[in-house]
Design a protein around this ligand. Structure first.
Ligand code: FAD
Length: 468
């Protein structure tokens, strides 16, 4: 028998490590609720995890087996589980973050010390980190070069799901209930999540491929439109497999009605490639979650400003698109990509607050928080990352709002105080006089002057560069 240790792959189809375990022996599927991981988790992600585990368990039960869920330290629980069930070894899929790799090395040692087999597989990405490199064998730091190789390299087909004959029967396993949020020390989150589980993920993919993918290139920029796949939490937790997604995307590409639609499909592929680009950035440099990738001559003089940070977190900066984004995050544990870029620019450039404060807040609230995408997204916005935007490019929150939410629909959805106010006044809110604002809506006044803040941000980076 082989124990298959599920982690960020909460599905049975297109699961490379699980397929390998099933090819070698009978499989005992297990999940370890690891207190070390819970320390870094927010309530919404734990809610998603528990719901995805319930869905995975239902799938196994439908096949006459079960998912064994234990709580504790995997270095102790996995050897114990394997020996209790007389298994020869434990298989799992790789996780590329620094903390996960340290934990996995410790698990491997403790299994091998007990004479058990430990095997890990690459599953979460098409091309494992370290396989798409420069001609000198270095990881790419510029996305466009990575993308060309990623796009042109052939990709594996989805892996088959194990059938009942490959799985340990449910009768041989204790049917303990799953822990609930309270057991794990979390209160029920305020945010309302999307449906969770493999079926929900496939429904989202199908709905996206049924039309929106053909308009993705343009629609993805507009937060009021449902123009993106909303698969980020599924890809993070593995409630859908990357090969399954790509296979379906290739079928959609073949059916693209015109060149514009085909370009949109290509744009979607390139977003999947960004995810893999950042996975290899994290793999090559685990400190990307805490240290600037791009170093300047001198330290960047980030400001300490608890009041401004608080206003940003609760959506009270007085910049409507920023406030709408921060409220979407609280209400849905999600934020549209364009708006993530705007709020991240606002925090790091307009407020000159360290990107690590923003990252910590996103990590706590985002249901799709992924160490690679989140830290690299922040470092891109803060001009400290690999392939980051130049330090002198500072998003203007007003023009961004006008361009990407022209009718202020997205803003009004999350900031009801603007209900019934014409779009020009909503976008122009920071430039109204105090009196005009008092007459217009009950919303905070802007906490900075954007033009001055922009100059100050550029000055901060020029000092860091040693230009003065
Ligand atoms: P779609 O547009 O449908 O894209 C499909 C998939 O491609 C996404 O699900 C995601 O897996 C991947 N993807 C899309 N855009 C990016 C990108 N810019 N970088 C890397 N992968 C991408 N994404 C996360 O998955 N987790 C995070 O924690 C995260 N934090 C971010 C923080 C900041 C400051 C920024 C600017 C971006 C962040 N992103 C993060 C990237 C992006 O915002 C989300 O992946 C996207 O909004 C998810 O919505 P979707 O699934 O509808 O995306």
């Amino acid at each position: 028998m082989r124990v298959f240790w599920h982690r960020r792959d909460l599905r049975i189809a297109d699961n490379r490590g699980l397929a390998a375990a099933a090819a070698d022996d009978t499989v005992l599927p297990a999940f370890v609720v690891d207190d070390g991981v819970l320390e870094h988790a927010g309530a919404t992600r734990v809610r998603f995890m528990l719901d995805a585990l319930a869905s995975l368990r239902a799938t196994y039960r439908g096949l006459g087996s079960d998912l064994l869920v234990v709580r504790g330290d995997p270095t102790e629980e996995l050897p114990r589980l394997a020996s209790h069930h007389d298994a020869d070894g434990v298989y799992w899929n790789e996780d590329y973050s620094g903390l996960a790799r340290e934990r996995d090395a410790a698990v491997r040692r403790s299994l091998e010390d007990d004479g058990l087999v430990a095997r890990a597989f690459h599953d979460a990405v098409h091309h494992e980190p370290g396989t798409i490199t420069t001609n000198e064998g270095e990881p790419y730091s510029v996305y466009s070069y990575f993308w060309k190789k990623w796009r042109d390299r052939s990709k594996a087909d989805p892996y088959p799901a194990p059938g009942p004959e490959s799985l340990v029967p449910a009768d041989d396993l204790p049917a303990d209930p799953l822990p609930d949020l309270d057991d794990l020390g979390f209160a029920e989150p305020d945010a309302v999540l999307q449906r969770v589980g493999t079926d929900a993920a496939h429904d989202r993919l199908d709905a996206f491929l049924d039309g929106p993918i053909y308009e993705y290139q343009e629609a993805r920029e507009y937060p009021a439109r449902e123009g993106t796949s909303r698969l980020s939490a599924d890809l993070k937790w593995g409630t859908i497999g990357v090969r399954e997604v790509s296979e379906a995307v290739e079928a959609a590409a073949a059916d693209a009605p015109d060149d514009g639609a085909a370009e949109s499909v290509e744009e979607f592929r390139s977003q999947l490639a960004w995810r893999e680009f950042y996975a290899q950035v994290l793999w090559a440099n685990p400190n990307v979650v805490s240290e600037n990738v791009r170093t300047y001559e001198r330290p960047i003089e980030w400001r300490e400003d608890p009041e401004a940070l608080r206003a940003w977190k609760v959506g009270e900066t007085g910049f409507p698109i920023v406030d709408a984004g921060m409220r979407q995050l609280r209400e849905e544990a999600y934020m549209h990509n364009r708006v993530r870029m705007i709020v991240a620019s606002f925090l790091t450039k307009d407020l000159r607050v360290d990107w690590r404060e923003g990252y910590a807040h996103f990590r706590e609230l985002l249901v799709d928080h992924d160490a690679a995408n989140d830290s690299c997204g922040w470092q891109w916005a803060a001009s400290t990352g690999t392939d980051a935007q130049p330090y002198f490019r500072v998003f203007n929150p007003t023009t961004q709002g006008e361009r990407y939410d022209p009718d202020a629909e997205y803003i009004r959805e999350y900031v009801p105080a603007f209900e019934g106010i014409p779009a020009e006044e909503v976008h122009g809110w920071p430039d109204l006089t105090d009196e005009q604002r008092e007459r217009t809506a009950d919303h905070p006044h802007p906490i900075v002057d954007h033009a001055e803040a922009r100059e100050a941000a550029i000055g901060m980076f020029e000092r860091a560069r040693g230009d003065d």
